[in-house]
Structure formats: structure tokens, C-alpha cells
Design a protein around this ligand. Structure first.
Ligand SMILES: Cc1cc2nc3c(=O)[nH]c(=O)nc-3n(C[C@H](O)[C@H](O)[C@H](O)COP(=O)(O)O)c2cc1C
Length: 335
């Protein structure tokens, strides 16, 4: 099962080394201008190529198989497909025998009784996020006024990202990173009470991105050691504008009209060029294996645009929910 959203519904499909990966999107309003070129900017930002990213090169050319006619969405499900061309599946014979520590190889094997496609991590590969970015492009078009900006602010604990990443590459190791996302021009009152709070839905989709290990909104974990007099954001206008933003733009699970700010911890990549301890799946015997092959030494370098897409999917869903559930006509939605 792999579906997210209620009014703007996204399903991701495919395996890293299968014929293709992509997204199926249901609930997109009809009449939105959409053509393959619209995806280029965000897809480029996710691509590999910079130092510290995988040597795998895909064209990431989106094929719109359904839901678009004469460059406008039709209102029926949109199928977007990306061919997998640059696969080197032989590199992954080793992981079929020896699961990578920290990756999903062994867990997928158990869950799917060995029927899973292990090549390149199969359905658990970062490759799946190309479909998420594409769905995010459409979500951004549903709410064009809202702006999403995610940035990698540190890698391996250092603000000197380039040097941190190159040290890891030289050592055959990997590093994690901290990504910050800011969402502006949101209306107040988005989010539903309790289970579908804005934080709940954002966390749900953001934790789906492979490699995300922690999320905080506003001051997040630091709030636990603050007093209320310091933490509470003073309200300075009837619309809900506040002079500080420690809560990250959300109160009671509802957006408060201020900037929504969140940060994510991205783990260091599981696949590294050093020997690691694992077991032989057939015999259960311990083994020290160097997996090597092509991989991102720092996943976090490619994650910011994926985070933006995930946030856009949630915010589009919440706008559509607000319009449907609360019966509110939202002037912000310009189709
Ligand atoms: C854009 C992107 C690229 C990734 N590239 C790699 C990679 O080259 N090698 C790897 O081991 N993991 C990579 N990952 C992370 C794995 O997919 C992830 O660690 C794995 O599925 C286990 O999930 P978990 O880390 O959330 O537990 C990538 C993730 C993303 C989002």
C-alpha cells in the first residue's frame, strides 16, 4: 500500500532498476496548465551530478500518460512516468546475498518473502523521489501564491558543506545533513483538528522520504527547555501575525498565517566504500563486506527539492480540504 493524501492523492510506483518509476495523482482540479517542460526546474535540482552524488545519470524526462489534454489537466488521474535507463544492476548482486547495514535490504526481503526487487534498493530507493518531485510540481501549481524554499544548511555537522562532503568521499564514507524548509504566504486556518493537523500530515509525508530521521517545527526540540514567557509568540495583528515565530507558524495543528518553518535531519548514506559488518542471508554467518558501487555520499545534497515537493503536496491537499470540508471559497486558488 502506497497512497498519500485525501483530496490531492499521490501514489508512487516503480523500482530503482525496473523499466520505469513514477507517480499517479488523483484529485487534481481540471484546467491547470501543465506540460512536460514545467517539471524541468525542480527535476534538475534533484538530479545527481555535483560532487558527493551518485555517478548514475538519468534524463528524468517526464512522460504524461494520462490526465492532461491540450496542455491542461483534465480532472482525471494523472500518470507521470520516468524511464530508468542508467542502471548497473550487476553492482547489486552482492546485496542479494549480503544485506547492507542501515539500508532496507533485509527488511524488504522478510516483508515480501524474498519476492522484492533488490536491485538498486528496489522500491526503497531514493530514485522513487523523482515521482514525488513531479507530484510536487503539480501541487505547487494548485496553490501558486504559496512559496516553498528548502535549503541544505549543514552537512556532517558543518556549514562548510563542500569540504564536509569531499572529506567523506575521500574516506569512502558518507555524511548526513540538515535541511531547512520555509513556506510563506499560507492562509491562516489550514489543517484539520487532531489527526490531520498540519504537523501530522507534514511529518507523515516527510518521514516517507528515504533517509529522513528527525523533524522539528519552529524551535522544535529546544522548546522542551524553554519557559512559556520565552516560547510564546506575541500576537501583533488581528490576522494572527506574531513578532517571533518559535512555534513555526502552526498553533493547534492549524496554520497561523506566519511563515511555516521546519528542519529535517537526513542520515548519512547506508552504502559506503568501506568494509561493514553484515550477515550472509543464506547461511546466517557473519561477514565483512565492502559494498561500493554507485551511490550518493551525501543524500542531503539532493533532498531540499524533495522536501519542497512533499510540503506542497500536503498544503495543496489542505487547501482542497479547507474548500471542501469548510465550504470556504479560497480566493488564493487561481486555477
Ligand atoms: C535522493 C535520495 C538519494 C538516495 N541515494 C542513496 C544511495 O545512493 N545509497 C543509499 O544507500 N541510500 C540512498 N538513499 C537513502 C535510502 O533510500 C534509504 O536510506 C533507505 O531506503 C533506508 O531508509 P531509511 O534510511 O529511511 O531507514 C537516498 C535517498 C534519497 C532521498
Amino acid at each position: 500500500m502506497n497512497i498519500f493524501g485525501r483530496f490531492f492523492r499521490v501514489s508512487l510506483w516503480g523500482e530503482s532498476h525496473g523499466p520505469a518509476v513514477g507517480a499517479l495523482i488523483d484529485g487534481c482540479p481540471a484546467g491547470i496548465a501543465l506540460q512536460p517542460e514545467d517539471f524541468c526546474h525542480d527535476l534538475e535540482r534533484r538530479k545527481s551530478g555535483q560532487p558527493g552524488t551518485t555517478a548514475r545519470r538519468e534524463t528524468d524526462r517526464p512522460v504524461l500518460d494520462s490526465g492532461v489534454f491540450k496542455n491542461r489537466t483534465t480532472g482525471s488521474p494523472i500518470m507521470i512516468r520516468f524511464a530508468n535507463a542508467d542502471t548497473a544492476s550487476g553492482d547489486y548482486d552482492l546485496i542479494n546475498k549480503y544485506p547492507r547495514p542501515g539500508h532496507a535490504d533485509l527488511q524488504a526481503y522478510h516483508k515480501f518473502q524474498g519476492f522484492n526487487d533488490h536491485r538498486g534498493g528496489g522500491h526503497f530507493s531514493g530514485r522513487l523521489t523523482v515521482g514525488l518531485v513531479a507530484a510536487g510540481v503539480i501541487a505547487k501549481k494548485i496553490i501558486p501564491r504559496v512559496k516553498f524554499k528548502a535549503t541544505l544548511i549543514s552537512a556532517g555537522g558543518s556549514k562548510n558543506i563542500g569540504s564536509s562532503v569531499s572529506l567523506a568521499v575521500v574516506a569512502g564514507d558518507s555524511v548526513g545533513g540538515l535541511v531547512e524548509c520555509r513556506i510563506t504566504k499560507l492562509s491562516p486556518g489550514l489543517g484539520e483538528p487532531f489527526f490531520d493537523s498540519t504537523e501530522s500530515l507534514l511529518s507523515h509525508i516527510l518521514f516517507s522520504i528515504p533517509g529522513v530521521k528527525a523533524i522539528e517545527f519552529g524551535d522544535g526540540f529546544a522548546a522542551a527547555s524553554m519557559s512559556g514567557s520565552r516560547y510564546n509568540d506575541p500576537i501583533v495583528s488581528l490576522t494572527g501575525r506574531t513578532s517571533t515565530n518559535r512555534c513555526g507558524g502552526i498553533n493547534g495543528g492549524l496554520t497561523n498565517g506566519n511563515e511555516l518553518g521546519l528542519r529535517l535531519a537526513i542520515r548519512p548514506t547506508a552504502t559506503i566504500g568501506q568494509e561493514q559488518l553484515t550477515i550472509d542471508k543464506a547461511t546466517g554467518k557473519k561477514a565483512a563486506i565492502c559494498f561500493g558501487g554507485r551511490h550518493d555520499a551525501c543524500i542531503a545534497l539532493r533532498v531540499p527539492v524533495v522536501v519542497e515537493a512533499a510540503c506542497a503536496i500536503v498544503m495543496a491537499d489542505l487547501y482542497l480540504a479547507h474548500r471542501t470540508v469548510n465550504g470556504t471559497s479560497l480566493k488564493q486558488i487561481k486555477l
